[in-house]
Design a protein around this ligand. Sequence first.
Ligand SMILES: *[C@@H]1O[C@H](CO)[C@@H](O)[C@H](O)[C@H]1NC(C)=O
Ligand SMILES: *[C@@H]1O[C@H](CO)[C@@H](O)[C@H](O)[C@H]1NC(C)=O
Ligand SMILES: *[C@@H]1O[C@H](CO)[C@@H](O)[C@H](O)[C@H]1NC(C)=O
Ligand SMILES: *[C@@H]1O[C@H](CO)[C@@H](O)[C@H](O)[C@H]1NC(C)=O
Ligand SMILES: *[C@@H]1O[C@H](CO)[C@@H](O)[C@H](O)[C@H]1NC(C)=O
Length: 953
Amino acid sequence: MTWHFFRRSYKHLLIVLFSVWLTYYSCHAGSLEVNKTHFQCVESERDALLHFKQGISVDHCGLLDSWGHTQDCCRWPGIRCDNQSGHIIGIKLRGSGSDYSYNPCFEGTLSISLINFKHLKYLDLSNNNFNGQLPKFIGSLASLEQLNLSHSGFWGVIPQEIGNLSRLTSLDLNVVQLYEDFDIRPMRVDNLWWLSRMRLLREVDLSGIDLSATTNIWLSIVNNLSSLRELRLGSCKLSQNSPSSLSYINSSTTLTVIDLNSNNLNDTSIFEWLFNLSGLETNLIYLDLSENQMFANNLQLSLHAMKLLDNLCSLQTLDMAYTNLNYKFSDIFQSFSTCPHKALASLILDGNQVWGSIPDSIGAFYFLKELRVGGNNLNGTITQSIGKLTMLEILDLSINSLNGTLTIAHLSNFSKLRLLYLSLNKEVVVNISVDWIPPFQLDTLRLGSCKIGPYFPRWIITQKNLLILDISNASISDTIPLSFWSSSLLSGIRYLYMSHNMIYGMIPDVSIIFNNSPEIIDLSYNFLEGVIPSFLRNNVSVLYLNNNKFSEGLRNLLCPHTQVIRSPLSDLDISNNLLSEKFPNCWSYFDQLVNLQLENNSLWGNLPTSLDALDQLGGLDLSNNNLSGEIPASLVNCKSLTFLDVANNSLVGHIPPSFGHSFRNLIILNLQNNGFTGVLPTSFCDLSQLQLMDLSGNHISGTIPRCLYKLVSMSNIDGAPSNLLGYYLDDDDDDDNTRVMWKRNEQTFGVSDSLGLLKGIDISNNKLEGHIPEGISSLIGLKFLNLSRNNLTGFIMPRIGQLTSLESLDLSHNHLTGEIPASLAQVSYLTTFDISDNNLTGKIPVGTQLQSFDASNYMGNPGLCGAPLPTCAGDEAPAIAPNGYHKQDTKDDFMLGLYISVILGFIVGFWGVCGTLVVKRSWRHAYFRFYEDIKDRVYVIWVVNIARAWRRS
Ligand SMILES: *[C@@H]1O[C@H](CO)[C@@H](O)[C@H](O)[C@H]1NC(C)=O
Ligand SMILES: *[C@@H]1O[C@H](CO)[C@@H](O)[C@H](O)[C@H]1NC(C)=O
Ligand SMILES: *[C@@H]1O[C@H](CO)[C@@H](O)[C@H](O)[C@H]1NC(C)=O
Ligand SMILES: *[C@@H]1O[C@H](CO)[C@@H](O)[C@H](O)[C@H]1NC(C)=O
Ligand SMILES: *[C@@H]1O[C@H](CO)[C@@H](O)[C@H](O)[C@H]1NC(C)=O
């Protein structure tokens, strides 16, 4: 799962949207032109239009290409004239875009010639990039009634002059920015009084504009706009009004739409305003307060505020997702009980603390199309009366504590259902006969962690439009029917999750063309066996086959049979199988690969030179195979490697001298238990990102480079979490804490508060000689240091006490001399310690936890004495007993929730991320924090927004 992959698919998305737009525009641009007008346009206005055109430096869509070809500018695309006077009354020159993309047509400046259009009523330049401040002259278009400059690239302060547009009925300046890669600068207001001068306004959209300067007045201004129907102020940095500044006059309102999503309305005072608006009951259709932490998970607050719903009989959309609402689910339906007819069509409450069961009364809400209650505390069974909601298109009850059985009776009336999402509940049993033919065609079916098995749910094969299918962890213990592999379901799929079942048997080598370029195919953690079929490589970006019983097929999968096609594969995990074949040499087709995990198989042969094609490769795990030969020199082309693990193979030869220069991004390096010889190149000291280095069990000779103190990342205790270090987020693990673990030799290291902080060096079991460089004592981030079983001589570095994070220190089986440095007393987290079989002398420093280790850890040093060894000769007074000093169990302190398995690398299952992001806001923040430093924040934003898109689609 990588940013590269997201970037690419994001481009695809843009292309798709662009073509959709082209079709759309070609239909709509035409409809704007006034056919057969008898009047030529006004000459001065034609000149002004040509000036306008001159201001446009780039016209990506060719909208203005034909401007000037004919005299009559009323016939130019995007221009509308009055059919009596010939004056231009409308200009509509839109680029394309949606909430999730932005494809500007124009770049350039807005020409001042615009002021010549004295009769202009409609101006729409949305989705362009004028990249400048909104000019003051916009205020002189005195006839303007509708202004749409949403996403048109203006930034800075909105000029007061805009308030001169007193005839305006519709104002759209939406700049909500969902992508970071378009460098849109923020737009803000100094004050909002200009808005109150537009008395005729019916719709206002200022979403994305920073209105924080108006905190205490925006509501009064809005109250005074007596014609206002639609108010959209999403993501405006609004905070709550201090109640004193609000005059709660009983104003009446004509508002039908109120959208205040994603602000800082962190208490419920906004409801005081809403309570006092008369007319709301009959008018309000759409209320979006989502993503404001207004209820603080406070039951009383929630109860009080939600009284508002009692009279809102016209309400069709209620969106209070991510508001920390603590409310009984059935009470929402109770609120509308006195309404003569139940208009509610969209109820969106995901990511809250809504509790209780799904009431039978829900069946009375016939118009419900969208019900999203994912990520709450619902319990009980899924009532059958939900089956009465025949209009339902979207049903999301995921991540709650529901149990009970889902049957055909629930689903048989859902002819319009598109999305069904029940994953991650307490225990939902899906009891549907395998050959049922559903009345719906879904695009999303997510039943992860529901109990579907033991038989494979063949009814799914009837679904022809599925983009997302998740039947992971669903107790399926069956083979996959052949009809599944040949169904049209599969050819359209984009996300397929079937991991963590007990699916067995072989996958037939059918020839499937995946039409939708699947992002993920995840069949991991099953009992699939035999040959890996080659069709799985077609157009797939992420392929997880790990933890199965595949015995061969790596070559079949990777090496093309017929023509050579570059593969979009970015992430391949076939680790933990029974693959017993020669390591293939077809990597040149996989230049998109970012992660490759083949560990724990029986692959043999040399590492081929074609690996050098993988110049995007970030993670390579080939550990626990039977690979032999040398590391090919060409591997240095894989400059992006951050994780390299070839432990437990039979690789030989020298570590290339340029190693450290080539892999500057390396964070984790594991060459353990191979046959590497030669010296440790000094270029290792340039691995400034390196956090874990394991070279143990080789034949490396020579001295430890003295420059090791240059390992920047290890010389740092807190450090920012490593940029690229991966993590694995356990979907089932529902608490927000952070847990990082690095398991080796049965030892678990707890790591404090942040991600990717485990640091350590293990060079044990080699043939190193010479002194331990003093510089190692400046690597203060080290949690473990193992230099045992070498031929090291000289003293233990006197300043070893600086390594205060150290939890494990092993210097045993060397020829170290001198005394144990007293400074070791400062290392208080030490839980493993071994200096046996050296030639150390003197008294073991007293009064530290050094006394708590077993005597065997000191054995084999004839000159060493003092507790826990026998008393030193001439030491009359017995050593002070270490007073109740026990081995500290520091682990528990550190072990907090979000798991990072370093071994798993930096790979995250897509739904591991997205599924979670949809539901847990705090996790979303964690992701942002984690990615803050990398340039690829776009990726995260994209993920979040796509998650949002799915939530809202
Ligand atoms: C002129 O336009 C108005 C509306 O803008 C329309 O009602 C009227 O029929 C049009 N007249 C002609 C001659 O097209
Ligand atoms: C302004 O234009 C955008 C797209 O270009 C459109 O989505 C939006 O609805 C328009 N605003 C109004 C108020 O019509
Ligand atoms: C437009 O507004 C500004 C202040 O907002 C004012 O000074 C100016 O006179 C107005 N211009 C016109 C033409 O009304
Ligand atoms: C709400 O936000 C304001 C500032 O925006 C802050 O001063 C206040 O403490 C917050 N209140 C709560 C309950 O978080
Ligand atoms: C241990 O060190 C002493 C000198 O401190 C030396 O005489 C002796 O030979 C060494 N023993 C071994 C086994 O290296």
